[in-house]
Design a binder for this molecule. Sequence first.
Ligand code: 5GP
Ligand code: ZN
Length: 119
Amino acid sequence: MGSDCLFCRIVAGEIPATVVRETDTTLAFRDIDPKAPVHVLVIPKEHYADVATLAQGDPALAADVLATSAAAAEDEGLLGDGFRLMFNTGVYGGQEVFHVHAHLLGGAPLGPMLARNLA
Ligand code: 5GP
Ligand code: ZN
């Protein structure tokens, strides 16, 4: 993937990001357009398009993403009051960047999980 993928370019250091945590296999950085007081994106450094491809292709790496998400939640002081961890996936999921990323959201009550909007 690489140069065509925004988040691969962040991993490569070609596009700046505010990194809050890094491991050998994962990176956590602040969302450029935060939807909550804390909004961190957690990605595997290796390119997978979405969470289904990641979980099926490399379950251990999927677990690394979860572990880094939990560590980032702790760093951001979210463990007491709670947080939301979310993977938008595909067209119906509203995914815009096709390098899998967990949204770590918190710092205030987040409201209902979804606005009910079923036809
Ligand atoms: P998605 O809709 O794919 O689940 O979420 C993509 C997220 O990436 C959005 O929340 C958006 O604000 C964030 N984003 C898009 N471009 C950039 C960027 O260049 N840097 C950072 N840090 N976040 C970005
Ligand atoms: Zn990528």
